[in-house]
Design a protein around this ligand. Structure first.
Ligand code: GLP
Length: 268
C-alpha cells in the first residue's frame, strides 16, 4: 500500500488526474473503474480541464462504475448514471456506449444483472485502474461493513449511517433509495491498480482503520492492504489519525525521486 498525503483536496485531484493521464498515454484503450460521491468530483473537473486543453483523450476508454441505486431510473438526476453524465461523460470525448453502470431495472433479476456486469468486465479485459472513495464507515462502493470480502456484483442494503451521510444529497420530497447494486469486494480487488481518494476530516477515522487497522469485513476498505498495487491519496485532514505518518512521508519522497530517475515506478 502506498500512502500519499498531500496538502489539500485540490492537490489530491491534481495528483490523481496525473496518474489517469499517465495510464491513458501508455494505454489509450484502458478500462477505468469509476466512483461517485463528492470526493472524485474535483478529479473529474481536472480530467475535463485536461481534456479541453488537449492533454488527454477518452475516445477509446471503457468504464465501469462501482454502483447504482435500485429503484431510481437512469434519467433521474439522483441516479449515479446521471451523476457520471453530468460530472464527466457529457464533458469529454468518451463513447457513452462504452460506459457501464450496474443499473437494475424493476423487472430485472438482480442476480442476473450482477452476473452480467461481472461478465462484461471480464470481457473488457478487467479494470486497469479503479478509482475509489471511502464511506465514513469504511465502505467501498456500497460494500457496507460485514460485506463478504469475496463478494461480486450484487444488491446491498445500505446502513443507517450511509443513509444518514447521503441524506444531504436528497431534498425532503425526493425518494432516497435504501438498496443499491454494487461491485463486490472481490470485483474491486481484481483491478490491476487501485487509487483511493479520501479528503476532509470526516474521513479520518475510516482512513486510519483502512490503513492501520486489522483486515476485517467490518472495515471493507481494509481489504486494500492485500492489493498488490493500491495507492491511497489523502489530504492533511483525512490523515490526522495516522500513527505511521512519518514513514508514509518518507516513502513518498523516496518513491517520487525514483519516479524522476526511472519514470513511473510503482511502489507499494
Ligand atoms: C457513497 C458511494 C461510495 C463513495 C462514498 C463516499 O455512498 N457509494 O462510492 O466513495 O459513499 O462518498 P463521498 O465522497 O461523498 O464522501
Amino acid at each position: 500500500m502506498e500512502v500519499v498525503i498531500l496538502k489539500s483536496a485540490d492537490e489530491v485531484a491534481i495528483y490523481a488526474a496525473k496518474l489517469v493521464g499517465v495510464l491513458l498515454k501508455s494505454e489509450p484503450g484502458a478500462v477505468l473503474g469509476l466512483a461517485t460521491g463528492s470526493t472524485p468530483q474535483a478529479l473529474y473537473r481536472r480530467l475535463v480541464t485536461n481534456y479541453r486543453d488537449g492533454k488527454i483523450s477518452f475516445k477509446n476508454v471503457t468504464s465501469f462504475n462501482l454502483d447504482e441505486y435500485l429503484g431510481v431510473a437512469q434519467d433521474n438526476p439522483q441516479s449515479y448514471r446521471s451523476y457520471m453524465n453530468r460530472e464527466l461523460f457529457d464533458l469529454i470525448d468518451i463513447d457513452k456506449q462504452n460506459t457501464f453502470v450496474p443499473d437494475c431495472k424493476d423487472n430485472e433479476n438482480p442476480r442476473e444483472v450482477g452476473q452480467r456486469y461481472e461478465d462484461r468486465m471480464r470481457l473488457a479485459g478487467g479494470v486497469d485502474l479503479q478509482i475509489l472513495g471511502i464511506g465514513g464507515n469504511g465502505h467501498i462502493g456500497f460494500n457496507e461493513p460485514s460485506s463478504s470480502l469475496g463478494s461480486r456484483t450484487r444488491v446491498k442494503t445500505l446502513t443507517r449511517q450511509t443513509l444518514h451521510d447521503n441524506s444531504r444529497l436528497f431534498t425532503k420530497d425526493e425518494f432516497q433509495p435504501k438498496l443499491a447494486m454494487t461491485m463486490g469486494i472481490a470485483s474491486i480487488m481484481a483491478a490491476r491498480k487501485i487509487l483511493l481518494l479520501a479528503t476532509g476530516a470526516g474521513k479520518a477515522d475510516a482512513v486510519v482503520r483502512m490503513i492501520e487497522g486489522p483486515l476485517t469485513a467490518m472495515c471493507p476498505a481494509s481489504i486494500l492492504q492485500m492489493h498488490e498495487d493500491a495507492t491511497i491519496l489523502l489530504d492533511e485532514q483525512a490523515a490526522t489519525q495516522l500513527q505511521n505518518r512519518d514513514y508514509y512521508d518518507l516513502a513518498y519522497l523516496q518513491n517520487e525521486s525514483l519516479k524522476e530517475r526511472f519514470g513511473v515506478f510503482d511502489a507499494d
